[in-house]
Design a protein around this ligand. Structure first.
Ligand code: NAD
Length: 476
């Protein structure tokens, strides 16, 4: 039922065995061991980079049409294999099977988008001062990229980096999430079967900081892309800076939700609940601080409690489940810490606040109010199904409180007032603003944050920017 796990280096799949280190992969819904993940040896890490460089020297000269065709074939294979890939994601990551299927299908769209966009990586001609001179600007692939992707959307986070790198003409060595590795192995198989030449994509596993340290320092690696926590992102960006490597950082968030008293409360509750409980709240753009204007506070709060209490917790493989377990037992401990901190500060747990005994890493959807803005829940990313509610009186106050944290990823707002909507869109310090709607992470829309939430965009027409250099050529 659960696939075998491999490294993928120079077109070869390498499994567990011999002297090689490996680790267990468990099902967070049941805690049963699903399989073993092989770690790369130091020699294999070196081989992965060397083979990426060799492949790069050819791949950089491939035509955009060839790159586009491979991306399209990978997209078609993802759609064909959706059932098996989604089931394995549900087993090792925990999310409901419908969410896992949606992730895979959306990823096929991501590959298709990159297949289209990579044929439009244009340069430009600059009108010269001297008519005898020709001046052009060309975009060239950066080279070997090192990428590190997390466990919350294991297929999605990886395919965006892989498609952008190979579409731009780069090669890539990727370390995926040890907790949810099946999606990454499935991706390697997709691209292998789609005809990607050996060495263009390499997958390695190991102790995260050891792998990232090796790859980022390696002189042949020219670019680093990471999705994960702010703390780890800052460490990797600092190391990359030391070696003058370019970076794309997609880090954590603490999305404010501003619900004005002129909002459609029913819709605000439904959108917020859906976005918050998706993937058990383990989403970097998940709504987190719910700021609600005083006149509608009680109505919104009561409806949110009811909405949270409709969630049906259980193993993701059960189609009646609407919220699965957290991806790992350590996340439950984190949720318990947030609740303990809230209670110690006089917070009022409106619903949830406990880990139900369902045999896995489950945590009940939780709402807390009566906290001041210094509580952990108001400051630190919970990355789980837990959110604080707070009252506000004026839009000035709500915007100032929303902007008060170092995060700057996503924000949500609900208002029927055009002037308020305009102010919110303009003044919220984030990379993505959602007003009366939640529509992010689509292939055609740029995804990324500002402030501590990172730098660079994935998706949209910006998607190749981090994987290309700019060269100016002048000649007579
Ligand atoms: P963690 O920070 O230990 O690990 C998160 C991911 O980063 C894992 O996939 C891990 O393999 C990787 N990682 C950790 N240290 C690394 C290193 N030195 N080099 C390379 N990769 C490294 O924490 P966790 O308990 O797994 O997750 C909790 C936190 O991670 C959350 O609070 C959230 O902020 C963050 N996270 C963010 C995203 C996102 O989409 N931005 C996704 C998953 C996790």
């Amino acid at each position: 039922m659960y696939p075998e796990l491999f490294l993928y280096i120079n077109g070869e799949f390498i499994g567990v065995g011999g002297e090689r280190k490996s680790e267990d992969v468990t099902n967070p819904a049941t805690q049963e061991v699903l399989g073993r993940l092989p770690h790369a040896t130091a020699a294999e890490l070196e081989h992965a980079v060397a083979t990426s460089q060799t492949a790069f020297l050819k791949w950089r000269k491939s035509s955009p049409l060839q790159r586009s065709e491979i991306l399209r074939r990978a997209a078609a294979l993802a759609r064909e294999r959706v059932d098996d890939i989604a089931q394995a994601i549900t087993f090792d990551q925990g999310k409901p099977i419908a969410e896992a299927r949606a992730e895979v299908v959306t990823c096929a769209d991501h590959a298709d988008w990159h297949a289209e966009e990579c044929r439009r990586i244009y340069g430009r001609v600059i009108p010269p001062r001297d008519p005898a001179v020709r001046q052009i600007v060309v975009r060239e692939p950066v080279g070997v990229c090192a990428a590190f992707t997390p466990w919350n959307f294991p297929f999605n986070q990886a395919i965006r980096k892989i498609s952008a790198a190979i579409g731009a003409g780069c090669t890539i060595v990727l370390k995926g999430p040890e907790d949810s590795p099946s999606a990454i192995v499935a991706l390697a198989k997709l691209f292998h079967d789609a005809g990607l030449p050996p060495g263009v994509l390499n997958i390695v596993w190991g102790v995260p900081h050891e792998v990232s340290d090796f790859l980022i320092r390696h002189p042949l690696v020219k670019k680093v892309s990471f999705t994960g926590s702010v703390d780890v992102g800052k460490k990797l960006a600092a190391l990359a800076g030391l070696h003058m490597k370019r970076v794309t950082m997609e880090l954590g968030g603490h999305a404010p939700v501003i619900v004005c008293d002129d909002a459609d409360v029913d819709s605000a509750v439904q959108v917020t609940m859906r976005m918050k409980l998706r993937n058990a709240g383990q989403v970097c753009v998940a709504p987190t601080r719910l700021f609600v204007q005083s006149d509608i506070y009680t109505k919104f709060r009561d409806q949110m409690i009811s909405a949270f209490e409709t969630a049906k917790l259980g193993p993701g493989i059960d189609t009646s489940t609407t919220m699965g377990p957290l991806a790992h037992a350590r996340r439950v401990v984190e949720m318990e810490r947030f609740v303990a901190d809230a209670k110690s500060r006089g917070g009022n747990v409106l619903t949830g606040g406990f880990a139900p005994d369902l045999g896995g890493s489950f945590f009940a959807p939780t709402l807390v109010d009566n906290l001041d803005d210094t509580a952990d829940l108001m400051q630190k990313e919970p990355f789980g199904p837990i959110a604080p509610l707070a009252r506000f009186n004026t839009l000035d106050e709500a915007i100032a409180r929303a902007n008060s944290l170092p995060f700057g990823l996503a924000a949500f707002a609900f208002t029927e007032h055009a002037k308020s909507a305009h102010r919110l869109a303009t003044e919220l310090e984030v990379g993505m603003v959602n007003i009366n709607h939640a529509g992010m992470a689509l292939p055609e829309t740029p995804f990324g944050g500002i402030k501590d939430s990172g730098m660079g965009s994935e998706g949209g027409t910006e998607t190749f920017d981090g994987y290309l250099t700019t060269k100016f050529v002048t000649h007579v």
